[in-house]
Design a protein around this ligand. Structure first.
Ligand SMILES: Cc1ncc(COP(=O)(O)O)c(C=O)c1O
Length: 422
């Protein structure tokens, strides 16, 4: 579906330029209007994967019904359309992030693959034994394990900015941690388990001040708040399409052109080459050199539709909506006996909590019986959970299609759960 058409549909949802008709927007998500175990579904697991609006679903369907072909190599109409759609999606994402050029956007399978790409190209080429990679204690495994694997291969050392008890980073420790030996500072924008919003602009500036490269894990922020990579001053930024209304299996890495130019390719194969001999090959410039083989064309185009859709609503409005829901949920949860909410008061659109009487897996299974989709477990934050002395947490994560009434219903279910597990 063309971007202008999506925007036209979205215009229907805008009552005024500042007021969004959230109820009308909710109707765009077919999956939300179903019953689970005989009760209306309440989907509070968008931090794991968001639901998809009809505009995205229709775009995928339209692509496969009308335009499907391989990109960049065909000299026929369908291939031209597929190529145009794929490259238009890249341009949309560049505008969405305010990248200086669409060439700074590399399509990947998601945040995990984006970070692995940086580790295996920039990291493998530029990091030496004794160099330091600075991370934080609240990183998702995606922004930890790739660096551990690289450290094992190169002798690089990992350092961590501590997470404090209130769920914020120990920023006072930065001076002693962010030394000249640090070559890369990689951190999450929004913590997926605590809801902490990290001061990314300051962290990027601090990295730059010691000559370190910065990488922002934007998995939890890209679909939830405005992001301007040039204003942030980051060198790399990783995101996942499926957490921002797009399809699964597609995401992106933003990289500053200068760094991408200096990086070797990762995967070798078709599409990424300029010329190939039996002995050796030469490679395209970015982004081509990082996109070996047939890319995920349909889902990239679907992500482009998701970007149009989010832009139509406005990320500032989405952020306000989601954070208000989270603040409301936090207040209500704190009233429940035996329940403790984790993370800071100023939080993104998610709330992680522990209920004394119930293991998060049991509580989540209990909630599912009433159509309430929560997430229970370590949330790919095992070291952080261990540090907090918890087996895991239960998480309710919100998006712009959720409502205050759904939170009220969640509270009824959790209230009953307190008695059930006691
Ligand atoms: C903060 C954060 N980083 C990285 C990821 C990994 O994203 P993906 O599995 O889409 O690659 C997630 C997923 O939950 C996340 O929350």
């Amino acid at each position: 579906m063309a971007g202008s058409k999506v925007r036209a549909i979205l215009a229907i949802h805008m009552q005024t330029t500042t007021e969004v008709n959230w109820q009308a927007i909710r109707k765009d998500f077919p999956i939300l209007h179903q019953e689970v175990h005989g009760t209306p579904l309440i989907y509070f697991d968008s931090a794991a994967s968001s639901q998809k609006p009809r505009a995205v679903i229709d775009t995928l369907r339209h692509y496969y019904e009308h335009d499907n072909a391989n990109v960049h190599r065909g000299l026929h109409v369908l291939s031209t359309r597929a190529t145009e759609g794929y490259e238009a999606a890249r341009a949309k994402l560049a505008t969405y992030l305010n990248a200086a050029s669409a060439d700074e956007i590399i399509f990947t399978r998601g945040t995990t693959e984006s970070i692995n790409l940086v580790a295996n190209t920039w990291g493998a080429k530029f990091l030496r034994a004794g160099d330091v990679i600075l991370l934080t204690e609240m990183e998702h495994h995606s922004n930890l394990v790739p660096w551990q694997m690289l450290a094992e291969r190169t002798g690089t050392v990992l350092r961590f900015v501590p997470a404090l008890e209130d769920g914020t980073l120990a920023l006072g420790a930065l001076d002693s941690l962010l030394t000249r030996e640090v070559k890369l500072f990689a951190f999450t924008h929004i913590s997926n388990s605590l809801g902490t919003i990290n001061p990314v602009t300051d962290l990027c500036a601090a990295a730059r001040a010691v000559g370190a490269v910065s990488l922002v894990d934007a998995a939890q922020s890209a679909g939830h708040c405005p992001i301007d990579v040039q204003a942030l001053g980051c060198d790399f930024l990783a995101l996942s399409g499926h957490k921002m209304c797009g399809p699964t299996g597609i995401g992106a890495l933003y990289g500053r052109a200068e760094l991408l130019d200096a990086m070797p390719p990762w995967h070798g194969g078709g599409e990424m080459i300029l010329s190939v001999n039996y002995e050796r090959s030469t490679f395209k410039k970015a982004p081509g050199k990082f996109e070996a083989g047939t890319p995920n064309i349909a889902d990239a185009i679907g992500l482009g539709a998701a970007v149009d859709y989010l832009e139509g609503i406005g990320r500032a409005a989405i952020f306000e909506h989601d954070t208000q829901l989270a603040a409301y949920a936090q207040g209500r949860l704190e009233e429940l006996p035996g329940v403790r909410v984790l993370g800071p008061r100023e939080r993104a659109g998610l709330v992680g909590f522990v209920m004394e009487a119930a293991h998060p897996h049991d509580l989540t299974t209990y909630a599912d019986q009433y159509g309430l989709a929560l997430r229970g477990g370590h949330h790919c934050n095992q070291p952080l959970m261990r540090k907090m002395g918890l087996p895991g947490t239960t998480r309710a994560s919100f998006y712009f299609y959720n409502t205050k009434e759904e939170i009220d219903r969640m509270m009824e279910i959790l209230d009953n759960a307190v008695r059930f597990f006691a």
